[in-house]
Design a protein around this ligand. Structure first.
Ligand code: KG4
Ligand code: ZN
Length: 335
């Protein structure tokens, strides 16, 4: 089965072609980051308009790259939520219209299921059951995956998502959007141990998390330094490292707890924050000690992309899932 995937939930227009026999055939992405940078975050109306402009040319590009004509397609998968409603509507209406014109089914895919399954696109994919840490700009969740489509929520952030905390902290330090990669870049030049940040909610049992306090802790630390006359680049790097360490350590403690409780040895990490090298290294070292293994997608498939939607949609279409032509997107949608 050959499926075209469309991702338009936020600020990236992603298109890809996945074949259940041959794997990923082609993918293309247009990132709107430059468009939104001046505003310090995503402007929903600008996002929708830009998806509208980019989507059809990207579809043409992907079909050409894979030397595939619409007659060779068996379905279209589009992101139906969660996300920005206007942006989602662009992908959904385009997917449904093309599917109707080409006489094939179109299926709405859950954006977070797309992220969860992105590591399946790699050469050595995880096997199920496993524990998954989903860390993006909107979600931070620990999930047990028993099979594709069988997900059990074990714990989640009670306030900010980890990616949101990276973005907000970066903004406090005067860094660009999106903040995750900026903090990671500065952290490389940071002095370990100059600042020590708390590891929220690790001293009590359970798998829920909280990241909004770390943002306040960063603000106070930075303001104290500035009032003392130190607003140097080195201090910014030292704070970035302390913040990143606190997030990574907190996530690692919660992952270890989830693995211990479930008796499972495989951990999958997905979503934009799973591109963070410090997080990958920390989890890989932790799992190596216990004979386990950590799985993640290549960096460009950790953040939003069309390939994960094409893959997730293909699995659901293969399982026989279909929907009518009604266009239905959801800004909020539990996994
Ligand atoms: O999964 P994603 O592309 O979009 C959502 O579905 O939210 O995740 C975007 C988030 C942003 O908050 C961004 O700052 C964060 O992922 N991110 C990172 C890194 N790359 C992206 N956070 C930490 N380190 C990174 N290298
Ligand atoms: Zn995402």
């Amino acid at each position: 089965m050959r499926v075209l995937g469309l991702e338009t939930s936020c600020d990236e227009t992603g298109v890809a072609l996945y074949d259940s026999e041959q794997g990923l055939l082609a993918d293309a992405l247009f990132s709107q980051i430059d468009l939104h940078r001046g505003y310090g975050g995503v402007v929903p109306e600008l996002a929708s308009r830009d998806h509208l402009k980019r989507l059809l040319p990207l579809i043409r590009q992907v079909l050409d790259k894979a030397k595939t004509s619409p007659a060779d397609l068996h379905g279209i998968a589009y992101t139906a939520g969660p996300g920005l409603v206007g942006a989602l509507l662009v992908g959904a209406s385009c997917g449904k219209a093309l599917a109707m014109a080409w006489g094939i089914p179109a299926l709405g895919v859950h954006h977070m299921e797309g992220h969860l399954l992105a590591p399946m696109l790699e050469a050595a994919p995880p096997s199920f059951p496993c524990i998954a840490l989903l860390v993006s700009g909107g979600h931070t969740q620990l999930v047990r995956i028993d099979a594709i489509g069988r997900y059990q929520l074990l714990g989640e952030s009670l306030d900010d998502a980890a990616g949101e905390a990276f973005d907000k902290t970066a903004k406090l330090l005067g860094l660009n959007y999106p903040g995750g990669p900026e903090i990671a870049r500065l952290a490389l030049r940071g002095n370990l141990g100059r600042f020590v940040f708390p590891r929220p909610m690790t001293d009590r049992p359970g798998l829920d998390m909280s990241f909004s306090g770390l943002k306040t802790f960063t603000l106070n630390t930075w303001q104290n330094c500035v009032s003392a006359g130190d607003n140097s680049e080195q201090t910014r790097c030292d704070i970035a490292l302390a913040f990143q360490q606190a997030v990574v350590e907190t996530l690692a403690i919660k992952c270890q707890r989830a693995l211990q409780q479930s008796g499972l040895k495989h951990l999958l990490i997905a979503g934009g924050v799973s591109a963070n090298a410090a997080l990958r290294e920390r989890l890989a070292a932790m799992l190596q000690k216990t004979g386990g293994q950590v799985f993640y997608a290549r960096p460009e498939f950790c953040t939003d992309n069309g390939a994960m939607i094409a893959y997730a949609g293909c699995q659901r279409l293969l399982a026989g899932q279909r929907e009518d032509l009604k266009i239905n997107v959801r800004a909020r949608w539990p996994l």
